[in-house]
Design a protein around this ligand. Structure first.
Ligand code: DP6
Length: 339
């Protein structure tokens, strides 16, 4: 298991890195809005190639929390709410300066909130001297953004839905090295999405006639994905991944007003992946709340998949990612660098 616990001694400042993740069995909808408990469990892979680095400094001289994304100040109630939880655990009152950098476009369906909140809780706990377990850190990250709970861990990760906040945590199912797959990300638009996941999923639960079926079939779908991972059954994992993606987007299409995150390149990429498969190259697509397409494949096929996707009209960039590790502190004056 990755060592992701925070430093036991408060240093006031700490930095952390967390990788993005992509869900194979998707989360959409909330069981509890206040505690941000997902209505369904989800299973993801952590992506080595996409990460956020965040530094948190608790500073008694500050009159409010300050958040900088890149060089741009971006105040966030959600970030302050998570910092409040950490302040409570660390018994501190100081506000924090938070600086955060992504190595990928923010807010366009590449799960910046996942890597962002995972890096935030690890850095904040390190800076506040909160000695949290990986499970506790995943619960804290979930309060910021449910998919972030999964970015605390590397490889294959499951986030549980549960009746209480303490039981809705993420855990690693399998290390990435135990079954090294690749994900090719095809970026089709770098603009911020117009409807956030949080807002979109609340609209879906309120208006899609299919939402009840989504929740009631989730347990069966999760078990199929979990079993495919246990058995290293790539074809079944890919088929269930595409099914979960298309079920999610069917929910989005039937939300009122409809949520259509796809653009024409998204659709063309779906067909391109199906053609690759028909030609004998095993590759499977998945898409979150944005127009980018992520394609699951075996490492020896990743270059060929990326080349085929790069040829699709409207694709701006492709990136190949291996499976990554869990969130971790980058610096800790009390302990030195930690992995
Ligand atoms: C489509 O985790 O961003 O990516 O908990 O409201 O912050 P909040 O939502 P978020 O939703 C992710 C939705 C998804 C599917 C998934 O990652 O499981």
């Amino acid at each position: 298991m990755d060592d992701i616990s925070g430093s036991a001694q408060p240093s006031g400042t700490a930095s952390a890195r967390a990788h993005s993740n992509i869900a194979l069995a998707k989360y959409w909808g909330k069981r509890d809005v206040e505690f941000n408990i997902p209505a369904v469990g989800s299973i993801s892979v952590t992506l080595e190639g996409l990460h956020t680095e965040t530094t948190v400094s608790f500073d008694p001289a500050l009159g409010r929390d300050e958040l900088f994304l890149g060089d741009v100040e971006a105040p966030s109630d959600r970030v302050s709410a998570v910092l409040d939880l950490v302040r409570h655990l660390g018994d501190i009152t100081a506000f924090a300066r938070v600086t955060s950098h992504n190595n990928f476009p923010t807010g366009a369906g590449l799960a910046s909130s996942a890597s962002g909140f995972a890096a935030l809780v690890v850095a904040a706990c390190g800076a506040a001297g909160v000695d949290a377990t990986p499970r506790e850190l995943s619960i804290l990250a979930r309060r910021g953004s449910a998919s972030a709970a999964r970015s605390l861990f590397g490889g294959y990760v499951e986030l549980h839905s549960a009746a209480t906040s303490d039981e809705s945590y993420a855990e690693q199912l399998l290390e990435g090295a135990a079954w090294p797959l690749s994900v090719v990300v095809a970026i089709t638009d770098v603009a911020q999405k117009t409807v956030s996941s949080t807002v979109g999923m609340q609209a879906t639960s309120a208006s899609s006639p299919f939402y009840g079926a989504w929740v009631s079939t989730a347990g069966t779908e999760l078990a199929l994905v979990r079993d495919a991972i246990t058995q290293r059954d790539f074809a079944t994992l890919g088929e269930r991944t595409e099914h979960s993606c298309l079920a999610l987007h069917s929910l989005m299409f039937t939300t009122q007003p409809p949520l259509i995150y796809w653009n024409s390149a998204t659709v063309a990429l779906i067909h391109a992946v199906r053609e690759l498969r028909a030609s004998g190259l095993p590759a499977y697509f998945t898409i979150d709340a944005g127009p980018q397409v992520k394609v699951l494949c075996q490492p020896q096929d990743a270059e060929a998949v990326a080349a085929a996707l790069a040829d699709v009209d409207g694709v701006i960039e492709t990136r190949i990612s291996a499976l990554g590790g869990g969130a971790h502190l980058l610096t800790s004056p009390a302990h030195g660098a930690r992995k």
